[in-house]
Design a protein around this ligand. Structure first.
Ligand SMILES: Cc1cc2nc3c(=O)[nH]c(=O)nc-3n(C[C@H](O)[C@H](O)[C@H](O)COP(=O)(O)OP(=O)(O)OC[C@H]3O[C@@H](n4cnc5c(N)ncnc54)[C@H](O)[C@@H]3O)c2cc1C
Length: 400
């Protein structure tokens, strides 16, 4: 069968997977906008939380690390844990990686994927083309998976948007639009805290609304990391070491434990270098929970339960929900209805076996949708090191 393998997605995971498949001599057609999540759905001026050692897109050949890119581009090399990576540098690195290793990337959307009779898949592109693939790798990352909690959704009846009362953090790139405005950012993860700091630096009056006492916290700088624990891309700790280098046994844990750990390990914590920019510039409102939200007269209002149990109302010119992403097969509407109903899922996420294969032969998932099977490392760029060679090896053996 001479049909190519289709790789859907051109973020770090899609590019890395396509590079590994090509290196095995497998014909590949790769689709997507290179690095678009980083270029358009994260704030300008953002700095990466991950260290240079944890920000390499895995390649089958030497010479394609972030450090290699810096050397080739003639910019200061980012190597130690104290070197902080601007998002613009990381986008340029991803584009350089794409041009070198996936030069024939097709910048079109895959509109639908359906199973094709005896074997393989039928794909439709938004260019109008239709073709057959012997296997499909879904590497669509964060696309379409932004999560808005129910209680906030009521304030955005037509969906979150920068022009509505409530938006999602993924809908912002330029935060200067909030200069002189009152802004509430909901959340306590790095995305919430960095969005808040950048908006404050752009001249907004910013409050972060976070659930629980001590919800806003920052990690320890590299020089304060405990020396007696093993090193990992995320810091020194046994748990981080295990999930970084041994994600394989993860999928044998009970489902409840896997889903819990994906949310908890590497959970909400600001980067060590953000603390000084955040404290003093952003107000923090710790609450027990957000009870409901509305937008009377177009101005957002949050009814919150305080830590003391009272109900209070907070209002602002705009609310940004930095409330993360949730994998849900139902939201991946390019996967045909029949395919979605055939897929074995657990709480909306595909159940994956060895080599990142799903229950549908020839259909693979990597990156964020693989996190419930292979652990939290799949939410981060450094997960490509574990995932891409294994996926490519399995696919080559089964469909090569
Ligand atoms: C604010 C923020 C900060 C982050 N900081 C870090 C960090 O410092 N370090 C780190 O390791 N991780 C970080 N992450 C996580 C990071 O986003 C992911 O690790 C990474 O982007 C996942 O890569 P990916 O290739 O799976 O998906 P993405 O980068 O989301 O790429 C998705 C790709 O899929 C394509 N696509 C989607 N649908 C289709 C379709 N139907 N047809 C064709 N193409 C399609 C898109 O065009 C895009 O190319 C951060 C996330 C956020 C939100």
């Amino acid at each position: 069968m001479n049909h190519p393998v289709a790789v859907i997605g051109a973020g770090p995971f899609g590019l890395s997977t396509a590079a590994h498949l090509r290196a095995r001599g497998i014909p590949v057609r790769a689709f997507g906008e290179p690095m678009v999540s980083w270029r358009a759905h994260m704030p300008a001026g953002m700095l990466l939380k991950s260290t240079p050692a944890a920000s390499n897109i895995d390649a089958p050949q030497r010479g394609h690390t972030l450090g290699d890119y810096c050397a080739a581009a003639g910019i200061r090399r980012l190597v130690t844990d104290e070197d902080i990576i601007p998002v613009e540098t990381f986008v340029a690195y991803g584009e350089w990686f794409q041009q070198k290793l996936v030069p024939d990337l097709e910048r079109v959307r895959v509109v639908s994927v359906d199973r094709r009779g005896a074997g393989g898949f039928e794909l439709k592109l938004d260019s109008g083309e239709q073709f057959t693939a012997r296997a499909v790798v879904v590497a669509t990352g964060l696309s379409g998976l932004s999560y808005l909690p129910q209680e906030l959704a009521a304030a955005a009846p037509d969906g979150p948007a920068p022009t509505a009362a409530v938006s999602h953090s993924s809908q912002h790139h330029d935060l200067t639009r909030f200069a002189g405005k009152d802004l509430i950012v909901v959340g306590a993860g790095q995305s919430a805290l960095e969005t808040a700091a950048l908006a404050a630096e752009a001249g907004a009056r910013v409050r972060v609304v976070a659930r629980g006492r001590g919800a806003v916290a920052f990690g320890a700088p590299p020089w304060e990391q405990p020396r007696l624990r093993p090193e990992s891309p995320f810091g020194r700790a046994w748990s981080l070491y295990a999930i970084s280098y041994y994600p394989h046994p993860y999928r044998y844990l009970p489902a409840a434990a896997r889903h819990f750990l994906v949310r908890r390990i590497l959970g909400p914590l600001g980067a060590w270098w953000l603390r000084d920019r955040f404290e003093g510039a952003v107000k923090v409102r710790e609450v027990s929970r957000i009870v409901r939200a509305g937008a009377p007269g177009g101005r957002p209002m949050l009814a919150v339960q305080t830590l003391g149990g009272r109900t209070e109302e907070l209002s602002a010119d705009h609310v940004i929900a930095a409330t993360g992403y949730r994998v849900d097969i139902a939201a991946m509407d390019f996967l045909g209805h029949e395919l979605r109903t055939q897929l074995a899922v657990s709480r909306g996420t595909p159940k994956l076996g060895a080599g990142y294969r799903s229950s549908v032969p020839g259909l693979y998932f990597t990156g964020l949708p693989a996190a419930a099977s292979y652990g939290p490392v799949m939410r981060f760029v450094c997960g490509t090191e574990f995932a891409s060679p294994r996926l490519a090896r399995h696919l080559a053996a089964a469909h090569g």
